[in-house]
Structure formats: C-alpha cells, structure tokens
Design a protein around this ligand. Structure first.
Ligand SMILES: C[S@@+](CC[C@H](N)C(=O)[O-])C[C@H]1O[C@@H](n2cnc3c(N)ncnc32)[C@H](O)[C@@H]1O
Length: 288
C-alpha cells in the first residue's frame, strides 16, 4: 500500500464509526448515519436521510449511465438508492471503517449489485481509484472528517473527467457567528460538538473559504449553499423525541439508549454550539 492510501492515526480514530450497528441507529428502516434534510414532509430520520441523499444527487447532476465516486459511504444506503433511482452505470465507494465495508459488501451481494457497486476500504484522501474515470464525486456528510478536506478536493479533481462535478453535504464553521466574542475553549466545544471522532482543525473554516478552496483546487462554477435551518434543529428535535419513544427504546436496547441520553442530556448547550456551525451543499465542476 502506498503512503497516501495507508490509514493515518486520524483514520484509525474514525474507524470508531465501526462501533455503530446498522440496527441501533436513529434510522429504523435504513442504516443512514447523517443528520438528514428535514424540508417538506419528512416525518422520520429515514425520510430525512433519503431526502439528503436525494438532494446531493440532484445537486451533483446525476444522469443515467454516470460513474460515481462516493467518499465516506457509511453502510452504503445512499449507493443502493442512487444506483437504482438514477440508473447509474457504477459506483466506487470508499470508507475507512472495516466493519462498515464488510456490511455494505454483504448488503450489495444480497441486492445482487456487487458488479455495479465496488465498496472499498480506503481513505478519501488516498490515491484515486481511477484517475479521470468518474463523472461525479460525492461526499454525503463525511468530508469534514477527511484529513484534509483540501486533499480530498485534489483527489476529486484528479478522479473526475473534464466537465465532471463534485458535490458535498458538509458541516462547517458558520461565517456569520461572532467567534471573536467567545473563548478559544468554547470554540473547540463548537468545533467538536456534533462529531464522532474529532475533525481535523485544518478543516475548520466557513462557507466563503470552502468556496475559495474548491476554486484553488482547480474547480469552476463553485456554489456553496447553507441548508442549516433544514438540518440541525429538526434533527435535534426528532432525536430528543425518540428518547421517549417506546419502539426506539426497545429497538436500540438499554446500553445504546443510555449513551444517547448522555449525548443529548444538555440540549440547550447543544443548541448553543450549533449556532456556530453551518451545514452546506457545495457543488463545483472540473473545467472541460
Ligand atoms: C457521518 S458518516 C456518513 C455516512 C453516510 N454517508 C451516510 O450519510 O449515512 C461519515 C462517514 O465517513 C467515513 N469516513 C470518515 N473519514 C473517512 C476517510 N478519510 N475516508 C473515507 N471515509 C471516511 C466514516 O467511516 C463514515 O462512514
């Protein structure tokens, strides 16, 4: 394995995602691990996660026959959804978590799509699986983890054919929040408040810098749009409600319920932290 593909200490921390089981998540009928896009009629975490996957596919401009690179695939739910609904040619999907890869591969086998979805254990910042061989590169709520996000942008540019697009649903520092008025310790609390593992400090910047970094990487037609109002608060409200939901309690079991209660114990503090965070959909094109 080349140095660029070898898991870094950061990657190893992040394989803590392997702690999660597909059956004990907030989603009851799927295994998404994102905060969801709660616009329109979404009533459950499953609906909101599918809506976010749908929004990202539309933003990336998926077309039938596309070859897609998906960076940070969780248990693969979005890939099954995209493959079927956009009639994609193929998806190459990368994840550093061994357990997630194993489960996603098994699920691909059960759905008989292993010939069209290639789930690989690899970092999004490692070597491109097929330079110039993809029409779209996407990262569904995962790029804030990559060490660094800029390295991922460089790999994405290299992976795309000319005219191909990158699209991310991503969590960032909020440009309009007054960070001057809080202590460095409080800023760290905000930066680390919503994450599993600690995202690299070098990824801590807002939407304006995000757009500049995409342009510096070589992309054009860059857009970065905030959807934070349709993400953070509805997700938090739903999560708090689920703690009292008998079906949820039974499904996740006592230990996971206790852990979720601990994580959500101080809702006002979570809300204060979220004030400093943005949630964006970013889209950009590799020059033709
Ligand atoms: C918040 S989860 C989102 C998973 C999935 N996209 C979803 O929406 O359900 C973030 C994912 O990024 C993966 N990840 C983190 N760092 C990564 C890296 N450097 N390369 C590839 N995947 C990574 C994690 O293992 C996890 O599956």
């Amino acid at each position: 394995m080349s140095d660029s593909a070898r898991p870094t200490p950061q990657d190893q921390i992040l394989s803590s995602y392997d702690f999660f089981d597909p059956e004990t998540l907030l989603t009851a009928h799927s295994s998404y691990m994102n905060l969801g896009y709660w616009a329109g009629e979404c009533a459950t975490a499953d609906d909101a996660s599918v809506a976010l996957a749908h929004l990202l596919a539309d933003s990336a401009g998926f077309r039938p026959g596309d070859r897609v690179l998906d960076a940070g695939f969780g248990f693969g739910d979005q890939d099954f959804y995209w493959l079927e609904n956009w009639r994609l040619k193929s998806i190459t999907a990368l994840n550093i978590g061994a357990k997630q890869v194993k489960i996603a591969r098994r699920r691909a086998g059960e759905r008989k799509v292993s010939d069209r979805i290639d789930f690989r254990q690899a970092s999004a910042t490692g070597e491109s699986p097929r330079p110039g061989g993809f029409d779209r590169v996407v990262a569904l709520e995962s790029a804030f983890h990559f060490d660094t996000r800029e390295d991922f942008f460089a790999r994405a540019l290299e992976s795309l054919r000319p005219g191909g697009t990158i699209a991310t649903a991503d969590i960032l520092k909020r440009d309009s929040f007054d960070f001057e008025s809080i202590s460095p310790e409080d800023e760290v609390k905000i930066r680390t408040s919503l994450f599993s593992g600690v995202p690299p400090v070098r990824n801590w910047y807002g939407a304006r810098v995000y757009a500049e970094k995409l342009a510096e990487a070589g992309f054009v037609d860059v857009s970065v749009r905030s959807i934070r109002e349709e993400v953070f608060e509805p997700f938090l409200e739903y999560s708090l409600a689920m703690l009292e939901d008998a079906e949820f309690q039974q499904r996740v079991g006592a230990e996971n319920l206790e852990m979720s209660r601990g994580m959500l114990a101080d809702a006002p503090q979570i809300r204060r932290c979220v004030e400093g965070l943005d949630y964006v959909v970013a889209v950009a094109t590799k020059p033709a």
